[in-house]
Design a protein around this ligand. Sequence first.
Ligand code: NZQ
Ligand code: ZN
Length: 381
Amino acid sequence: MNKFTYYNPTKIEFGKEKENNIGEYLKQSNIKKVLLVYGGGSIKKNGLYEKIITSLNRNNIKFEELSGVVSNPVLSKVYEGIELAKNNEIKAILAVGGGSVVDSAKTIAAGVKYDGDVWDFFINKAQILKALPIFTVMTLSATASEMNGNAVIINDDTKQKYSISSVLINPTISIINPELMATVSKEYLAYSAVDVIAHCIEVYFTATIHPHFNSRLVESIIKTVIETTEILLKNPNDYDARAEFAWAATQGLNGLTPTGTKDGNFPNHMIEHSLSALFNVAHGAGLAVVIPAWMKWYKEKNISQFKRFAKEIFNNNDENVGIEKLENWFNKIGAPITLNDINISRKEIEALADNAYETAKVWGMDTIYSKEIILKILEKA
Ligand code: NZQ
Ligand code: ZN
């Protein structure tokens, strides 16, 4: 096991009706005014917005609103939020939504405390030194943004989808009530399942040291996701399946699975972000296209772990069958598995590889992933 530091300061409030306490949690943290950030309206349709406002009012928490955060969130909306927060003496950001809303909230929280352009953090030009506290009410489980210090944003001018990472933007408190997720579409449930699996397998396959404990942890998350997704596709209101899915998703990227591993990286995410940035593909859908292609290209480099994956997840001794079964499962739950499935023609591969190679440079992965290699992977998709 490699040496590591593990620090996760986010408090999780998990379970039914916890969202009604958001006002109390803010009050206990001495917060008197928040910027309420949400998406395109799902929280108004399902009644959550009313519950949040009632709880804020009951506790005399004042608020301003930033609505309309889109899936694959954009920098221009973040700038709008930073201005709102700066002009209204906002003391914390309250995100109510999925990963896109939470990531926008985190970026606003860091941007408010920085005099320069918040994009500087994304291109390694500046480091986050301060941020407003962030509180979240999750409506969709996939990214684990509720319990990590990451945010991913698309610069709508330059078409770059980059990320920031700092413990200073870990949420202070995140509320996870699985009941609130019953209205997530089947499509997004499938994308979420793919995303959680992706978070798990990136380091599982690429690390040079991967302790058995971590492999078992990852395999447990993947098996839980496969099992509960199948239940939820048939019955979206199954609370226990929804709850296990949600907690497994949080574990997938809250920093626990890579502890003690060495040299792991995130090539599937690196390539996928270009699909989102250039073609607005949903994150999980893009991953479902990239992952089987990447696995076919990469498997020889860590054959024992690919054999282990096939055995543990699909009870088969052949590493190729493991890849095939995962690809078939993505297809079965309704995720796309080829570029063709997401209406991207072969002639776009060049531009995708150019964009992904720029990300590789920012992420320090360009020595492994040249443009030629990225092209080879995309040609398999
Ligand atoms: O905008 P609304 O109307 O709320 O609709 C959303 C959105 O259209 C809808 N939705 C959310 N909760 C719902 C619901 N619809 C009905 N009922 C509910 N309860 O679902 C759609 C997708 O939401 P989004 O927040 O975009 O999904 P997700 O949580 O998958 O977030 C994706 C974003 O997170 C980034 C991705 O790249 C992508 O931009 N990631 C963030 C990470 C992180 N912060 O650690 C890591 C990930 O690897 C990922 O890169
Ligand atoms: Zn992801």
